[in-house]
Design a protein. Structure first.
Lengths: 210, 210
């Protein structure tokens, strides 16, 4: 089996984390850099990642996460947030960043910038929210695989109360809303889920070739 | 730099593919298996992957993809589709698969099965569609990273006409709807985009630590 397939087979939605094991600074920095390298729609990066190592905060968030204990036991809790206030200001900032990093002349960027400004001027807030939420899933898809490659255990989670996370972490003042959660760290040696066979459809039911 | 960070930095949204280079059967099989290993909400796998190698079909799809030539030039075109008819029948099928693969006793699975059946009975079709679409983004996030690790070039795309894809590929009869597209193959040697510096926010703007 190829290495990447072995890595993807090794990973599973870890339910029991070893609360005594912590990720190293090198591992955490790798996760942060990998998150920041995720592709995003138009390159606009509408997703912010929270990296929570604080024990008390993690414990407080368990009750906002359908009592799932892995939120507290994992070394760190990653929270994928969308920017609630994403608008043309962010589009402008992006193009400033492009000019700064690539030194692209204004006349080259202008048509694309005008197109995007118009797009975002005419979008409803709910539409932008949905667009950003999809990018959060893309980012989690990337990080889940990065974790697998780096043998970091992870549990992708949709089941939590965004308003509860908001209250505990003060997200509203930051213009953020939590859309996905992912505890990361090390599986507990006695997690029975680790030994379960992966349940997947046969390939011929999951894929159609043309 | 770690290998995975080097891989993620190597990847970029490839605009010009080398139309003379094809992915090998081993590479294609690795992409298919990796797709099937993607995590999904409740493990339900509501996403089907189309793998299109047929030259004429790829060419026909360019006009349905904002004339983006990479759809035809890439070795293969991956199309992430959601199941339009996803309902409790699929939930039942999933639990049959769990029993088959893990030999889990009925009494262990029952509470979770009943919970999910109820969930999906009470969901609007539009809600299920959105839920499935998010899983397609998760799958693309995984495959983009797998491609980076395997040095396969890729271009994640949201800009295409789902109805056009439906017509060309007969998706409606299959109960499918295209939500994301990703040409894969090899970058052309003269793709100017390959040399562009990556534009990313500074880490301190993308991440908040607690």
């Amino acid at each position: 089996m190829s290495t990447i397939l072995a890595d993807l087979s090794w990973r599973y939605a870890t339910k029991n984390f070893d609360s005594h094991k912590s990720l190293s600074d090198t591992q955490l920095s790798l996760l942060k850099e990998s998150f920041n390298l995720t592709a995003s729609s138009y390159g606009l990066q509408p997703v912010t990642l929270l990296v929570i190592g604080d024990k008390l905060l993690k414990e407080e968030l368990v009750s906002q996460s359908m009592k799932q204990q892995q939120v507290a036991d994992a070394s760190h809790l990653l929270v994928f947030c969308i920017k609630k206030d994403f608008d043309t200001t962010y589009v402008k900032k992006y193009f400033e960043l492009v000019k700064e990093i690539r030194q692209t002349p204004d006349e080259v960027l202008k048509p694309f910038e005008e197109y995007l400004m118009e797009q975002f001027q005419n979008k409803e807030a709910s539409e932008i929210e949905l667009w950003a939420t999809k990018q959060a899933y893309l980012a989690m898809g990337n990080l889940l695989t990065v974790c697998a490659v780096e043998k970091i255990d992870a549990c992708p989670m949709e089941g939590f109360i965004p308003e509860g996370y908001d209250k505990v972490l003060g997200l509203q003042e930051k213009g953020l809303q939590a859309v996905l959660v992912m505890p990361v760290g090390y599986r507990a040696e006695d997690d029975p889920f680790a030994a379960f066979k992966k349940v997947r459809k046969p390939l011929e039911q999951a894929i159609i070739e043309f």
